[in-house]
Design a protein around this ligand. Structure first.
Ligand code: PHE
Length: 344
């Protein structure tokens, strides 16, 4: 009996439950109504009076040890994550996860689309690989126009004129596709990537992004063009932003103009961004040349229209003061992280 008690004592001292179930098994084994202690007390009844005196004490000590061990473990189980099962504290806050941020060009594009959508413009898209007709000829580019020169255009197939295939140099090609395949009125903007054969530097890149716009209907006038763009600028850069139009030239518009806005950084007082002139150019525009309308099968006696085109990088520069164009395409997270994060 002594040997048995010694063995149980060692077992109890070494016991360390992995979870509450193991502790319960322990309780049933030693302290349960059919447990070891109950059994030992039954045996105790049968021993002689001599042994009773010694064993009575030993047995009682053993019982106290088992009860104390159980009480101690029970308390530990209930009060804290001491056993393996309870190492996971469900009340702790979860691991945070990083939400990405939008690319500054996407932010600007979405904002431009939003403004024009409210004016009833839809979004139109077209291919980045274009034929000569959609990128140049339909847009009234004379054969010998310098913009067709290899210096500006990335040609994929060069067959001297008509069959040329190139990376589009502007999204005006989407205007042609739209007019060819539909009937006026047209009121759309065309955001997209365009390519020009330029050496990459802080101020020029071989690809960039444009948003062009087209509005064709009966009686569309230059006044509509001015008012639409004026409204656009007030929405984009805030009430009170001034605009001015300077005469310009594009093969596909007549008359043509470039539009400046009062510098968004210094509000016209003069700064680095506007080269101390108070004005920055943001887009080209004009009335769609009747030749272009006719090239696309639209009666230029009945319909008139205006078009405009702007570089998204320029718009983003003026909003976020980004002075190096290369940042837009390098995907440096330290740069990208700085822009507004939207909930996914
Ligand atoms: N397509 C011209 C460009 O790429 C911009 C423009 C569009 C100008 C429409 C006038 C009208 O520079």
């Amino acid at each position: 009996m002594q040997a048995q008690i010694d063995q149980y004592t060692a077992e109890i001292n070494a016991f360390s439950p992995a979870n509450a179930d193991e502790l319960e098994t322990f309780r049933i084994k030693f302290l349960g109504t059919k447990g070891i202690i109950k059994d030992l007390f039954e045996q105790f009844k049968t021993v002689g009076p001599e042994e009773k005196r010694t064993f009575g004490k030993v047995l009682n000590q053993f019982k106290q040890l088992a009860e104390a061990k159980y009480a101690e473990l029970k308390e530990a189980t209930e009060s804290g994550p001491k056993t393996k099962d309870l190492e996971l504290d469900l009340t702790l806050p979860g691991d945070g996860f990083e939400v990405g941020s939008r690319h500054p060009l996407s932010l600007v594009r979405n904002e431009i689309i939003d403004i024009f959508k409210r004016l009833g413009f839809v979004v139109a898209e077209g291919p980045e690989i274009e034929d000569d007709w959609h990128n140049f000829s339909a847009l009234n580019f004379p054969e010998e126009h310098p913009a067709r020169d290899m210096q500006d255009t990335f040609f994929i197939k060069k067959n001297a004129g008509k069959d040329d295939i190139a990376l589009r140099t502007h999204t005006s090609s989407v205007q042609v596709r739209m007019m060819e395949h539909g009937k006026p009125p047209f009121r759309a903007i065309m955001p997209g990537r365009v390519y020009r054969n330029e050496a990459i530097s802080a101020r020029a890149h071989c690809f960039f992004h444009q948003v062009e716009g087209l509005y064709v209907d009966e009686n569309v006038s230059f006044a509509d063009l001015k008012q639409t763009l004026y409204h656009f600028v007030q929405e984009l850069y805030g009430e009170g932003t001034k605009v001015r139009f300077r005469p310009s030239y594009f093969p596909f518009t007549e008359p043509s103009a470039e539009m400046d806005v009062s510098c968004t950084i210094c509000k016209g007082a003069g700064c680095n961004m506007c080269k101390y002139s108070g004005w920055v150019e943001i887009l080209g525009c004009g009335m769609v040349d009747p030749n272009v309308l006719e090239n696309c099968g639209i009666d230029s006696k009945k319909f008139t229209g205006f078009a405009f085109g702007m570089g998204m990088e320029r718009i983003a520069n003026l909003k976020y003061v980004i002075r190096d164009l290369r940042l837009f395409s390098e995907n440096d997270v330290r740069f990208l992280k700085q822009f507004q994060t939207e909930m996914l």
